[in-house]
Design a protein around this ligand. Structure first.
Ligand code: ZN
Length: 277
């Protein structure tokens, strides 16, 4: 798949899309809303790690399937939080500006394994949540794990932050690959809030058939920020069997989607349960 086709899928779907802002190279970050506009909302963001672009296609298929159903809550899908990075994975380093292109080529990076944005920042380490304290964080530009010059230094990060503050979701999901695991929890979380997320996370993990794990030493991620700054129950879902290699190809989309078919029922339960917790 080339980036053109990837983009066309999102743009030509029969979903009503809108932009939550632009990427570093000026691409629109597209989203859509499905279900009820009133009441509790869920925010699902995918494709923040470039090589995990299969998650963007998953979000798209889920939105298409949910459209027209009688969903008792609302879902905002942000299909691809990092379009410049996905361009690199699908079309190569020539999609970057000269300086970054040369940097990547000279170091012998593999474009298919690229996770970062066009400034070589790993967006899922760039949020303001114990920024720079993650176990795998690095302080210089790279195809992965570089935290950026400061928290929210990247426009894609700020787009997600601003959009989240605007819509104030009751729950957020971040789609990643791989390993078939659901993560919850953040180091700064109170016992009460942690307990809440464990209960909700258990429901999500049961629906997917993936184990629920507490995340440790992962800092600066979107989930981490949403928990740390807004106390929103937030979960990272790693789709795709661990035996698959990055990037997971489209031929696996059908199976990944099938395995996630009970997710939205679990979300309904979570939103109802939230009032009691
Ligand atoms: Zn990821």
């Amino acid at each position: 798949m080339k980036f053109d086709e990837f983009e066309k899928r999102i743009k030509t779907s029969n979903l009503q899309t809108f932009s939550i802002g632009k990427s570093a190279l000026g691409q629109e970050i597209l989203a859509c809303h499905i279900g009820k506009s009133e009441g509790k909302q869920v925010l699902i963001q995918a494709g923040i790690h470039a090589r995990e672009y299969i998650t963007s296609l998953l979000a798209l298929v889920q939105a298409e399937r949910l459209q027209g159903t009688d969903l008792p809550f609302g879902v905002y899908f942000v299909f691809c939080s990092n379009p410049d990075g996905v361009s690199v994975v699908l079309d190569g380093f020539s999609t970057l500006k000269e300086k970054e292109r040369v940097f990547c080529v000279e170091r012998g990076f593999e474009h298919k394994l690229f996770k970062a944005n066009a400034n070589l920042v790993d967006l899922n380490t760039n949020f303001d949540a114990l920024w720079g304290q993650g176990a795998s964080n690095i302080k210089t530009p790279n195809f992965e794990n570089y935290i950026g010059e400061s928290p929210e230094s990247e426009v894609e990060t700020r787009n997600l932050v601003n959009f989240t503050k605007e819509i104030r979701p009751a729950l957020t999901l971040s789609y990643h690959t791989k390993g078939e695991v659901v993560y919850f929890g953040f180091d700064t979380q109170s016992e009460k809030s942690l307990r809440r997320d464990e209960i909700l996370g258990r429901k999500i993990s049961d629906a997917l058939g993936f184990p629920l794990l507490r995340s440790f030493s992962s800092c600066g991620g979107y989930k981490d920020w949403a928990v740390d700054k807004l106390d929103i129950p937030s979960f990272t879902i790693e789709f795709g069997k661990n035996s698959l290699s990055h990037p997971i190809g489209e031929e696996h989309l059908g199976e990944i989607e099938k395995n996630s078919k009970n997710l939205f029922e679990a979300l309904e339960f979570c939103l109802e349960e939230l009032d009691k917790l």
